[in-house]
Ligand binder design. Sequence first.
Ligand SMILES: [Zn+2]
Length: 153
Amino acid sequence: MLRWKDILYYAKYSNPEPLHKVEKTEEEWRQVLTPAQYAVLREKGTEPPYRNAYCRTYEPGTYTCAACGQVLFNSTEKYHAISGWPSFTQPASRGAIRYTFDDSHHMQRIEALCNVCDSHLGHVFNDGPQPGGLRYCINSASLIRLDADLELP
Ligand SMILES: [Zn+2]
């Protein structure tokens, strides 16, 4: 289980190694992403609170990166955070996400990026539920949910 001290360590020193990398030019990303996805994933945009696809959905399934397909989160770690965006308390795996300090908008936050394709997902905070205490606040446009029944038993 990841805790806040792990996130700080990753952001400050070194992120976990991804299983593989996906690299495209910005022009190639524009061709495969919708304008809304591109604005969030590649330009670090933020979609409006509550008016986004996965804010209030809790169907079982797997949330993958909308850009490269990497599995990022499981629905079992999704919870209601009253933030207006889908919120998770742990990633699907330790190496799925990379972290970096983000000082934009006069705030000190930690940005969460896909570790495979370096696309922007959202931010991670230390006010999530115990025992891990993490809150991943993620844009719906960064995610594609796959139904649980696609998984093998
Ligand atoms: Zn990705």
